[in-house]
Design a protein around this ligand. Structure first.
Ligand code: GDP
Ligand code: MG
Length: 689
């Protein structure tokens, strides 16, 4: 059966039939149109063709040659593509432009250049030059398609075309001799496909002729200074294939095409065309941007050098990849932003952050490391810095929240600690501080990220300040409590002896009172100092607490004395004294008055003796003035009442004024008189019985 005639794609032959190919790879794309505009669809198409994520694992082949030499036909047969082929019957021109189509036999992009043949038609060679530049910038293998009979015609159209190819190639890698720039892959394979090979001239002759021609063209180029010594072979490898006449020997043609296809698909072959050294090292996901950039440069006739293009590409793609990576990163970190903002300490936040960072950098490295190394490294640093700074508020927030949690825990620990029986306040504080500090530092270290300048020392210092303040406040409270407790004990020890002493008035009474006062005060102060040892109080704090204690003890003594010297109490004291003397005899037996008794004398004696006691209550007057205590300072008493009397040396020891004494004396006399009258009456009535 006749193989496809001209249209190429119309029928399938052999095991690699088109219908058995990858259906998603159908369809071609006009990369550059007749108006020399570059398509916006390249990346979407690469994606549709399943090539976008191939990294470097894809190849590019382009074809060059005179118009109507069967280029498109060849590509369609070789790669199963669907490029337009000139309709034999109409001799109609195909659409001008650069077309792209994926191969059905491997991850290969095939480019077909359709143009007017400037040389033959006398038109300008502008598009030819542009498309040559464009192809060389991305192609590993450039197929140069030519009729056998064109070989050796040195001045023929093909040779002019190749001269153009060589010239533009020099420009691409010339780079003005800037040796600082990294040199991209420079080599390209030129595969001559000799069409309508009759076979009468041995292949070796044809390839020798072509090789010589190439060398001649190379020699004839005017090269830039720094490339004067460059050889053809430093930029191009030459390879050859021949195909029989497609119309006259269709079967032979098909056989030869299948054989040739193997050179594009079988890596194990020695003449496999896609050698790594030809790859232009543009990652598949950068091809769209790169090719468009190349075309724009070509269009504007600016100097086009590939190192610069690759850097531009790397910048663009690394930025794009960073954006994608950052979006995912922010999305994953979002879950903890709110909790941190509202004050939660997020457990394992550091591990989470490290995980997001690793994921983000892993993705970035995977996709971006294929691009220009310098740019990639720089962009990686940028990305890392921006990721770090987006995490920084989380770190700060966590520090703040830890601070809050630990101060709260510390307060609680103290409150709980001082409820323990026999607690040592100093220890409670010390342990609380140590615990808070250790937990804070551990959590802070967990959330620290390598490579950042995040530090927790400042926040730790703030925490320690706060803990100190809390401890100080608690200590003040505790000290107050302690002073109160001691005051209660002291009062118990003081008040009863004082009451007893004053209820049995005597000249020794004040010595007893002041002696008791002195000794209970001293033991109170001692008790304070013993307890205060564990509180780490300062000298001033101790002094202040003791001053308070002294003022309180003095005040309670003063109050007790005032109470004991109130009218009613004194009268009661005097009354019981008087009755003791008047109603009981020396042996303590109640007297029964008899008519012989001198009631009057007994009455007067008892009354006068009792009245002699009254002045004892007027002042605190010990046997020696040196026994009088030093008065404490009133400010220390915590007392809201501002009665200066107890603290003023001129009033502090005075209990009863002369007027008061007189009035008490009068009242007492009246009561005593009543007792006398009653005694008299009782005697009369006993006599009467
Ligand atoms: P292109 O312009 O180089 O892409 O050429 P086409 O593939 O469009 O083919 C141009 C014409 O050459 C068409 O009519 C094809 O049928 C014919 N053709 C294709 N392959 C061969 C071949 O191997 N030998 C000859 N003589 N003609 C061919
Ligand atoms: Mg064509």
């Amino acid at each position: 059966p006749p193989a496809g005639t001209g249209t190429g794609v119309s029928s399938a032959t052999g095991g690699h039939g088109i219908s058995g190919g990858d259906q998603s790879r159908d369809g071609r794309l006009q990369v550059v149109n007749e108006k020399q505009e570059f398509t916006k669809q390249l990346s979407p198409y690469l994606s549709k063709w399943n090539l976008l994520d191939k990294g470097f694992a894809y190849d590019v082949v382009a074809v060059f040659g005179s118009q109507s030499t069967g280029k498109s036909t060849l590509l369609n047969r070789l790669f199963g593509t669907s490029f337009d082929v000139m309709d034999e019957s109409k001799r109609q021109q195909t659409t001008k432009g650069i077309w792209m189509c994926p191969s059905k036999y491997g991850n290969t992009l095939v480019m077909d250049v359709e143009g007017t043949d400037g040389r033959e038609r006398g038109e300008d060679q502008d598009f030819e030059r542009k498309s040559a530049l464009f192809s060389l910038a991305s192609t590993e293998v450039l197929i140069v398609n030519l009729w056998e009979h064109q070989i050796g015609l040195y001045n023929g159209a093909n040779m002019g075309l190749l001269k153009t190819v060589f010239e533009v190639n020099l420009g691409l890698f010339g780079g003005g001799g800037d040796t600082n720039k990294p040199r991209p892959q420079e080599k390209t394979l030129i595969l001559f496909v000799i069409r309508d090979h009759v076979g009468s001239t041995p292949m070796s002759n044809l390839t020798a002729t072509l090789t010589q021609d190439m060398e001649k063209i190379w020699a004839s180029l005017s090269k830039p200074q720094h490339l004067a010594d460059a050889t053809l072979s430093s930029y191009f490898d030459l390879s050859f294939a021949a195909l029989p006449h497609k119309v006259l020997m269709p079967e032979k043609f098909e056989e030869a095409v299948l054989e040739l296809r193997k050179r594009f698909t079988d890596r194990s072959r020695e003449d496999y065309v896609f050698q790594p050294s030809y790859h232009k090292r543009i990652p598949a996901d950068g091809v769209g941007f790169y090719m468009e950039g190349i075309w724009q440069q070509v269009l504007s006739n600016k100097d086009l050098d590939l190192p610069t293009q690759q850097e531009l590409l790397a910048q663009f793609r690394c930025d794009e990849i960073s954006t994608v990576v950052t979006e995912a990163f922010l999305a994953s970190s979002k879950v903890v932003r709110r909790p941190v903002e509202v004050g939660t300490v997020v457990d394992g936040l550091g591990a989470l952050m490290r995980d997001w960072l690793n994921t983000a950098l892993g993705r970035f490295d995977r996709d971006a490391s294929r691009y220009h190394a310098g740019v990639y490294q720089r962009k990686r640093l940028d990305l890392l810095a921006s990721l770090h700074s987006s995490l920084s508020p989380l770190f700060m927030g966590q520090m703040k929240n830890l601070h809050k949690v630990e101060t709260a825990k510390f307060s609680k620990a103290i409150v709980a600690g001082v409820k323990e029986p026999g607690y040592d306040f100093g220890n409670v504080v010390k342990q609380g501080k140590e615990g808070a500090r250790a937990r804070f530092v551990e959590a802070a270290k967990e959330v620290q990220i390598e490579g950042t300048d995040w530090e927790y020392e400042h926040e730790l210092a703030l925490l320690e300040d706060d803990l100190r303040l809390i401890a100080d406040q608690c200590r003040a409270d505790e000290t107050k409590k302690m002073v109160n407790a001691i005051e209660r004990t002291v009062k118990r020890q003081l008040l009863e002896p004082v009451e007893v002493a004053l209820s049995q008035p005597s000249t020794k009474m004040w010595d007893t009172v002041l002696e008791t006062y002195r000794s209970v005060s001293e033991s109170g102060e001692e008790a304070y100092l013993v307890k205060a040892k564990s509180y780490n109080c300062t000298e001033e704090e101790n002094a202040a607490a003791i001053a308070v204690l002294r003022a309180r003890i003095w005040l309670s003594l003063r109050r007790k004395l005032e109470e004991q010297t109130s009218d009613a109490t004194i009268l009661a004291t005097l009354r019981s004294n008087f009755e003791e003397r008047f109603r009981y005899d020396e042996a303590g037996v109640p007297r029964v008055w008899k008519p012989a008794d001198d009631i009057e004398a007994a009455f007067r004696r008892s009354k006068d003796d009792t009245l002699a006691l009254l002045p004892l209550f007027a002042n605190i007057s010990p046997s020696s003035p040196s026994l009088l205590p030093t008065l404490p300072s009133p400010e220390a008493s915590f007392d809201s009442e501002s009665d200066p009397t107890p603290f003023d040396p001129s009033t502090a020891f005075v209990l009863l004024s002369p007027t008061k004494l007189l009035s008490i004396e009068t009242r007492f006399k009246r009561e005593a008189d009543a007792a006398y009258v009653e005694a008299k009456r009782s005697m009369v009535s006993s006599v009467a019985q």
